[in-house]
Structure formats: structure tokens, C-alpha cells
Write a protein of this length. Structure first.
Length: 333
């Protein structure tokens, strides 16, 4: 079990980048972008093909980010210039990307186990620091000693660097304009802002993060598969909803932190659920759906209970104040 949880922490840190991308489109732009299921695979496909072709893994990953940005911009163009419904424009792009991803890979699966990837390079860098030996000595008494802490720690650092960049970007003039577009498009348009360009840019950045995550996941798992993006939008939403429900989202800094925490918690919950005897790996999508349902319903139930308690306290306070006034009147009389 500790090994499975450790693996879920590593995966959660990588998927946190995808969840941050979903947060940008759904929460900041208020755009139901289903392109995610396709752009996630696009990032994986581009990076895998370039790595197999001999390209440096870091350059291949950078190319994957640009491919995701292009996919997001196309969705934005379909919506803003083609005047297509936001949901439909995302679905159309997602469907188109399935064929594009097959074209990029040339087949349904591209293995990377024999290739040098970002993960192998980062692992080698981490081991050169000699920190694993120190951590293994400290944790030897617990009986759980992972092979390396490099992927987990470095991916967490990367996730928080990306989070910090997003926090800073959303406080710039362009970032504030994108936030305003998602909050009240009519108002920001009255200030002569180009809302079409802002939407295209926002969707491009969102899918760039999704493709970045897809590229890293492919290199972490050791393969890129055309079906690896199915249901990815639900996973991203689950991460956002769980994070906001537990950590809150009153500020941008807190919200992005909640998204990272939600992505990691989601992976831990799924891992724990799959340890139940009657559940199988094929039930993962069902587990995801149930997690989202619970994350949506439970906060509302808790809020209703808190509201009832507040009403009871107000009623008791009014009764107490009324009793005091009545006592004063009787005393004076």
C-alpha cells in the first residue's frame, strides 16, 4: 500500500499541471473546454515521436507545449470567429485531434521504455546529488524505502513553479483582462478590450499546460497511446472541485494551490479505492464519476447544515434579547 500511495503522489504532481490548465479554462474563462481530452494526447504524441526520432527530451517537451497551445487557439478561433457554441467547439476540436494524434504517431502506441526521457534525465540528476541515500537512511526504520524520491520532489517543484507563474500572470494587465472576460464579458468589452483575442489566448495557455502534462505523463509511463486522454477532462474537473471543496478558493493564490492539492488527493483516493476487493482497474472511470458527484454534493449538504445552525443561533439570540427586554419592562413597571 505505501508503494501504491507513493506512486499516486508522483502521478498527482504530474497531473496537477493538467488540472491547472483545466482551472484556467473552466474557472478563469468560464469556458467548458473539452479539447483537453485531445490536447493531452497531442502533447504526449508530439513528445514521444520527437524523442524516438532522436530529439532532446526537453526540446521535445517544449514542442509538445506549443502543440497544445495551437490546439487551444484553434478551439478559441472556432468559438470566437466561427461563432460556434463553446461546448461544441471543444467537442469538435477533441474529435479532430484524435485523427491528428494518430497521424502524428503513425500508430496507436509509441513505446518510450528504451529511450532517454525527461524522467530518466531528472532521475539521473537527482541521484547525482546523493540525496536518496540520506532519505533512505532516515526512513529505513519505517520499512518503506522507495527507489528514488527524485521524480516526486522535482515534479512538485515544477508544479509550484508553474503555479507561481500563473499567479503572477493573472495579476498582470492581460491576466486581469482574461479574468474579467470570464467574469463579465460585456463589461470588459465596453472598455474596448478584444475579448476574442483574450479567449483565444486563455484557451491556448490552458491547453499548453494540458499538453505539457500529457508529455510528462507519457515519459513517466514509458509510452504514448492514442486513448490515454479519454476522460481527462473529468479528472481535471475532479481535481479542481476536490481542491476547492477542501482548501477553498477565495484568492487566486489559494485556488491554484487547491488545484494542486486536489490533483494529488484525487490520485490518492483512486489508488485507495482500487485496493477494495470488488473494484477493478476498469472501474476507474466509475470511481472518478463518484468522486466528482461526492465533491459536488457533500459541500452543499455541509453548507445547508451550517446555514441551519446559523439560523438556530440567530433565533436563540433573538429570544434571549426579547427575554431581556421583557424583564426590563417588568422591572420598570
Amino acid at each position: 500500500m505505501p508503494t501504491a500511495i507513493f506512486g499516486s503522489l508522483e502521478a498527482g504532481a504530474i497531473y496537477a499541471l493538467m488540472a491547472l490548465g483545466v482551472y484556467l479554462s473552466f474557472r478563469i474563462l468560464d469556458f467548458p473546454d473539452l479539447t483537453v481530452d485531445g490536447s493531452f494526447v497531442t502533447g504526449a504524441a508530439v513528445s514521444a515521436v520527437l524523442i524516438v526520432g532522436g530529439t532532446d527530451p526537453f526540446i521535445a517537451t517544449l514542442a509538445a507545449i506549443f502543440s497544445g497551445f495551437a490546439a487551444g487557439c484553434m478551439t478559441g478561433l472556432l468559438h470566437t470567429k466561427g461563432k460556434i457554441n463553446p461546448l461544441l467547439s471543444g467537442i469538435l476540436m477533441m474529435i479532430a485531434l484524435y485523427s491528428i494524434n494518430l497521424r502524428i504517431m503513425g500508430k496507436s502506441n509509441v513505446p518510450l521504455l528504451a529511450e532517454e526521457t525527461v524522467m530518466t534525465k531528472l532521475t539521473a540528476f537527482w541521484q547525482s546529488l546523493g540525496l536518496d541515500e540520506m532519505l533512505q537512511t532516515l526512513l529505513s526504520a519505517t520499512g518503506f524505502v522507495p527507489k528514488t524520491w527524485g521524480i516526486l520532489i522535482l515534479m512538485l517543484i515544477l508544479a509550484f513553479i508553474v503555479k507561481a507563474i500563473i499567479d503572477l500572470f493573472l495579476k498582470t494587465d492581460i491576466g486581469l483582462a482574461i479574468r474579467a472576460t470570464g467574469n463579465n464579458e460585456t463589461m470588459i468589452r465596453s472598455f474596448s478590450a478584444d475579448t476574442d483575442l483574450l479567449k483565444i489566448m486563455g484557451l491556448g495557455l490552458s491547453n499548453a499546460l494540458v499538453a505539457f502534462s500529457g508529455a510528462l505523463v507519457a515519459q513517466y509511463n514509458g509510452f504514448s497511446d492514442v486513448g490515454m486522454g479519454i476522460g481527462m477532462i473529468v479528472i481535471g474537473l475532479a481535481s479542481v472541485i476536490i481542491g476547492e471543496a477542501i482548501f477553498g478558493a477565495k484568492t487566486i493564490v489559494r485556488a491554484t494551490l487547491a488545484v494542486i492539492g486536489g490533483a494529488i488527493l484525487y490520485r490518492i483516493i483512486v489508488t485507495a479505492a482500487l485496493r477494495v476487493e470488488f473494484l477493478e482497474a476498469g472501474d476507474m472511470k466509475l470511481i472518478t464519476a463518484l468522486i466528482v458527484v461526492c465533491a459536488l454534493i457533500i459541500p452543499k449538504i455541509l453548507e445547508k447544515q451550517r446555514e441551519r445552525q446559523r439560523k438556530k443561533r440567530r433565533a436563540v439570540q433573538k429570544a434571549y434579547e426579547g427575554g431581556e427586554q421583557l424583564a426590563v419592562i417588568k422591572t420598570n413597571s
